[in-house]
Design a protein around this ligand. Sequence first.
Ligand code: APR
Length: 280
Amino acid sequence: MLTEPIITSDPLEQAASLIKHSKYVVVMTGAGMSVESGIPTFRGEGGLWTRYGPPKMDGFKQFRDDPVGWWQKRINQQMDAHIIELRDALVAAEPHTGHHALAGLEKVGAVHHVITQNIDGLDLKAGLKNLTEIHGNRSRLRCIQCGQRMSLGDFVPIEPPEPCASCGGSIKFDTVMFGEPIPADTLAEARRQIDMATCVVAIGTSASVRPASGLLWIAKANGASVIEINPNETKLSPISDVIVRSSAGSALNSLLNLLKICEETPSGAANEPTQDVRSA
Ligand code: APR
């Protein structure tokens, strides 16, 4: 929550000042964060659901009812066109400068934790350390019974994976399907981070899918300040304290430059004498 007004008309400077003066900054990213890596968004202009129509909401039920049949379809490439487009974009994607800038903001201590709704793993590839992947990660498998996760490694599914070695449960991709609950450990960690946040920065998300988006309102209710970085208006805009109408890459690089300067010259240090003038 703002304690005193920030005197600047530039939203980026306002955002940088809010971040700099906040004790615990949590970033929530959405599909818009990876647009500059060639991965389409889901909603809005050019989004997958905009072009192909809304997805079926029973993906998880279909898997649970017939895990082997689900894997067979996947192996035989019998997938909807939007899944094929998303998969091809994910395979080709590399982190863009915005992912690296976000990792840089973590490095200079400006950002303490990132919760991403994205499954592309690009934050990890860019070197980010403190990350919760609330919708999972496409390069991992997970048992739906005990929650055990394993790296996909070079596993290319040519046949359905064996049942979980620990509990015999069915193994699926770690990515959370529609109708599937967010794994309890993941949701608990995301909520723990949000409850510590004194500032949340929502980047490239329409803030329209719960429970992830609901965490942003919880942070606001907890008294955190809210910064939105998005070229378009969203449901979050009306409760945002600062709005940066920009792409993720441009905004994050600007924030890193603004905050790196602060980090190099801690607040007030520039005016402090290098020695006790009284003794001069
Ligand atoms: N930089 C920043 N934001 C951008 C950019 C960009 N270059 N381009 C688009 N955006 C914004 C759009 O304005 C939009 O608000 O990114 C947002 C993407 O919104 P969605 O497609 O709804 O993505 P997201 O909010 O992550 O969706 C949440 O919905 O379908 C599920 O599991 C899926 O994790 C996803 C969840």
